[in-house]
Design a protein around this ligand. Structure first.
Ligand SMILES: [Mg+2]
Length: 257
């Protein structure tokens, strides 16, 4: 019997960096009546606010069962039903020196590989406190261009070769950190051992749940994908191609669970 249903955000609950669709906003509160729900992403909390929180029409009792884990669970947020607001349970942040070292290495790598894009939307290197992320087209490409931005992101590195070249360049420069391809145009740097499996383990410990009690739904569960570590941890997973498939999976859980 599953107790916790965990989701990736981008590509799973919504198109990349886009608010969750109406249908998803209606399904999640129903799911919260039956299960604990976790949403985990490489993105920062502010994206959860605009993509998820602002769209959910859920009661305090329902939100009490929702667990938000931005930046792969290096941050953990919950809802306080009494105060009626979200609060940070913990955050594991980089020091100032660590941040500077990582930012310098990313600049060096993108310059050496001649990968700076002429046209970008928003910051390319973003400090997410516990994660530094490089986004080739800028953080705001989808916020500013909408569908067209999603298209540009999908076209940037369809065979993942650019992200791989960046990761390969950065790894020897940052041996004490972990460097990973994130979303479509993103390379993320975190502390060693921080991936979605790290976040899931932390949550299981806090909620006193066993792996068997969890189901994870994500769009990048193949080896090398940013959801794969959860599967490798031995948690049951469902791979989806887009949010519509996730909605179908939720509807099945609402019937059977
Ligand atoms: Mg995804």
């Amino acid at each position: 019997m599953k107790q916790l249903i965990a989701f990736d955000l981008d590509g799973t609950l919504a198109p990349s960096k886009t608010p969750i669709p109406d249908k998803m906003a209606q399904l999640i509160p129903k799911l919260l009546d039956k299960f604990q729900v976790c949403i985990m992403s490489g993105g920062k909390f502010q994206l959860f606010e605009t993509q998820v929180i602002a769209r959910l029409n859920a009661s305090p009792e329902q939100l009490d069962k929702l667990h938000l884990m931005p930046t792969c669970g290096t941050r953990y947020y919950r809802f306080d039903p009494k105060k009626s607001k979200w609060f940070k349970v913990y955050a594991e942040d980089f020091t100032k020196e660590e941040k500077q070292k990582i930012i310098n290495a990313i600049k060096q790598a993108v310059t050496a590989l001649d990968m700076w894009e002429k046209k970008t939307w928003g910051e390319e290197i973003e400090d997410r406190d516990s994660q530094i992320s490089y986004s080739a087209l800028g953080q705001d490409v989808v916020a500013e261009l909408g569908e067209k931005g999603v298209g540009l992101k999908e076209a940037w590195d369809p065979d993942n070769a650019k992200k791989k070249a960046l990761v390969d360049y950065l790894v020897p420069l940052l041996p004490e950190f972990e460097v990973r391809a994130g979303g479509l145009t993103t390379v993320d740097v975190t502390k060693q051992g921080i991936d979605k499996a790290y976040g899931m383990k932390k949550l299981l410990t806090r909620l006193k749940l066993k792996k068997e009690q969890v189901l994870f739904i994500g769009d990048r569960l193949q080896e090398g994908g940013n959801d794969y570590p959860v599967k490798a941890l031995g948690i049951d997973t469902i791979e989806v191609a887009h949010w519509q498939e996730t909605a179908e999976a939720i509807e099945k859980l609402l019937i059977s669970g």
